[in-house]
Design a protein around this ligand. Structure first.
Ligand code: SAM
Length: 277
């Protein structure tokens, strides 16, 4: 483990479910620092107790952030070592801590990551979706109009898109995604990762939206949603299919023209047929 240096801010990832997903280096760091700044001390204490750590805790959450940041930076400048943790996973990733890290760095304090669990990365690692490029969108707006408008802005995104979503809204969000990205777009729902009811479902959005809406068990726990990017290959096929369809339509009825254009181009017949409507 790295020796804990004075005046250093350690940004420590904690588990997203399974308590043993706390690295040996994280345990040693949490033991050695002067204080652990936690999003919710009541939540973090059992984790520390489980690992035999009795370092004092202090709270750093969105409601006391300004005062807490000042107090922590003062301690760091005075030479104390501080670890920052959130309720689960990597601090700052849809969690508090950004203002503290920014203030610490501005004060010339060294900030050291102790990497570990992150739900977005854990989900991506088992989704079987292109992972060389991806975007993390965090939480969508809770209200449908704002959510749909955000999704509309992402409709042409070609990279895999990762969302965090509350289980109460997962069915609604999937329905909006299906409407905006199209029923054929591949998606994955990764639920309760590292926990007892861990589930990873991968289907086109149309099927996934129906399945989740029909099954209350799929609307429980913590969820990550991943949506495949808009494929350039599929777009090119569709454009070619539409071009052929338009030529054939001059001689043939729509159903027959769509069937032939689909066979020639590889584009979905239904999409070609519907392009006339
Ligand atoms: N900082 C955390 C991280 O590194 O993943 C994320 C914190 S954010 C407030 C909480 C959200 O992360 C949940 O609403 C859910 O979308 C996702 N999440 C956290 N734990 C999860 C798990 N075990 N399985 C699936 N999603 C999880």
């Amino acid at each position: 483990m790295s020796s804990v240096q004075p005046g250093c801010l350690w940004v420590v990832a904690t588990p997203i479910g399974h308590r043993d997903d706390l690295s040996a280096r994280a345990i040693a760091t949490l033991r050695a620092v002067h204080v652990v700044a936690a999003e919710d001390t009541r939540h973090t204490r059992p984790l520390l107790v489980h690992h035999g750590i009795d370092t004092p805790l202090m709270a750093l959450h969105e409601h006391n952030e300004r005062d807490a940041v000042e107090a922590i930076v003062r301690r760091l400048v005075a030479g104390e070592s501080v670890a920052l943790v959130s309720d689960a996973g990597t601090p700052l990733i849809s969690d508090p801590g950004f203002r503290l890290v920014r203030a610490a760095r501005a004060a010339g304090i060294r900030c050291v990551p102790i990497p570990g669990a992150c739900a977005a990365i854990a989900a991506l690692s088992v989704a079987g979706m292109p992972s060389d490029r991806f975007v993390f969108e965090g939480f969508l707006p809770p209200k449908s109009a704002a959510r749909r408008s955000r999704l509309q802005q992402l409709a042409n995104e070609s990279r895999t898109v990762i969302f965090y979503e509350s289980s109460h809204r997962v069915a609604e969000s999937l329905a909006d995604m299906r409407d905006i990205f199209g029923a054929q777009r591949d998606a994955v729902l990764a639920r309760e990762l590292t926990k007892l009811f861990e589930t990873v479902l991968g289907e086109p959005l149309g099927e996934l939206a129906v399945r989740v809406a029909a099954d209350p068990d799929q609307q429980r726990g913590e969820c990550v949603l991943l949506v495949a990017g808009r494929g350039e290959e599929a777009d090119a096929k569709l454009a070619e299919g539409r071009r052929i369809f338009a030529i054939l339509r001059e001689e043939l009825p729509p159903a027959k023209a769509a069937k032939m254009a689909a066979a020639i181009s590889g584009a979905p017949r239904k999409a070609l047929y519907e392009s006339e409507k």
